[in-house]
Design a protein around this ligand. Structure first.
Ligand code: C5P
Length: 222
C-alpha cells in the first residue's frame, strides 16, 4: 500500500486533552480507520508487567513490543482490544498502566519496534491517527495535522469526572501531579518528544466543549 495515497489526519497532544474521543468521532464521521497509538504503548506496558520483565531493561521491553500479539476488534460500536486473545480493553486504562506506558514509550528501541505496525494502519479510504508523535514521526506527510491541548488542571478535572462516574475513588491533587509527571516524561524524552508538528493546527480545548472542538477539526479537514 502506498501510504501517500491514503488521507491521514493526525491528532497529537498531551494526556487527557480529549484526543481519544475526538479521534473516534472524526473517524466515524469520515468513515476512516482509527489508530490509537497510545494503546500500543499501554499494551507493551501491560504485557511486560504480566511477563515480569524488568522495566529498566530497554532491549527486553523492545522484544515485548516487537512480539506484541494484539488484535483490535472493531465489530460492533466500540473497539475491543485483545492481547493474546484476552480482552484487555479496560485493563490497559488503569493508572498504573498509564504510568508504565510513559516509561516504556521513552525507550527508542520500543518506539522503533512499534513504528511499522503503526504505519500499516494507513489504509484506504483514510486514517485518523491519535498519539504524541503521529504528525512529527510516524506520518510526517499527513495531509491534516492537529495538536490538541488543554491545561493540566482541565485535563485532570475531566479524568476525575470519568473515574468518579466509574465509581473509582481518586484524589484530584494526585491526578494533577500524575498528569504533570507524564507530560514531563513525554515532552522531555530524546526520541519523538511530544511537540506540535511545524504544520499542525494547534487547538486549546480548555474552555471548549467536545462539539466545538469537533466542529473546528472538521472545518480544518474540509
Ligand atoms: O494516549 P495514551 O494516554 O493512551 O498514551 C499512553 C502513553 O503512551 C502516553 O503517556 C505516552 O507516554 C505514550 N505514547 C507515546 N507516543 C504515542 C502515543 C502514546 O509516547 N504516539
Amino acid at each position: 500500500m502506498n501510504t501517500k495515497s491514503v488521507v491521514v489526519i493526525t491528532i497529537d497532544g498531551p494526556s487527557g486533552a480529549g484526543k481519544g474521543t475526538l479521534s473516534q468521532l472524526v473517524a466515524k464521521r469520515l468513515g476512516y480507520h482509527l489508530l490509537d497509538s497510545g494503546a500500543l504503548y499501554r499494551l507493551v506496558a501491560l504485557s511486560a508487567h504480566n511477563l515480569n520483565v524488568n522495566f529498566q531493561d530497554e532491549q527486553a521491553i523492545a522484544d515485548v513490543a516487537s512480539k506484541l500479539h494484539v488484535k483490535f476488534d472493531t465489530t460492533g460500536d466500540a473497539t475491543r482490544i485483545l492481547l493474546v486473545g484476552e480482552d484487555v480493553t479496560d485493563a490497559i486504562r488503569q493508572e498504573s498502566v498509564s504510568m508504565n506506558a510513559s516509561v516504556v514509550a521513552a525507550y527508542p528501541k520500543v518506539r522503533e519496534a512499534l513504528l511499522q505496525r503503526q504505519k500499516d494502519f494507513a489504509q484506504l479510504p483514510g486514517l485518523v491517527a491519535d498519539g504524541r508523535d503521529m504528525g512529527t514521526t510516524v506520518f510526517p506527510n499527513a495531509q491534516v495535522k492537529i495538536f490538541l491541548t488543554a491545561s493540566a488542571e482541565a485535563r485532570a478535572q475531566r479524568r476525575f469526572k470519568q473515574l468518579q462516574e466509574k465509581g473509582v475513588a481518586v484524589n484530584m491533587d494526585e491526578l494533577v501531579s500524575d498528569i504533570k509527571a507524564r507530560d514531563d516524561r513525554d515532552t522531555q524524552r530524546a526520541t519523538s518528544p511530544l511537540k506540535p508538528a511545524d504544520d499542525a493546527l494547534i487547538l486549546d480545548s480548555t474552555s471548549l466543549t467536545i462539539e466545538q472542538v469537533l466542529s473546528a477539526i472538521l472545518a480544518h479537514v474540509r
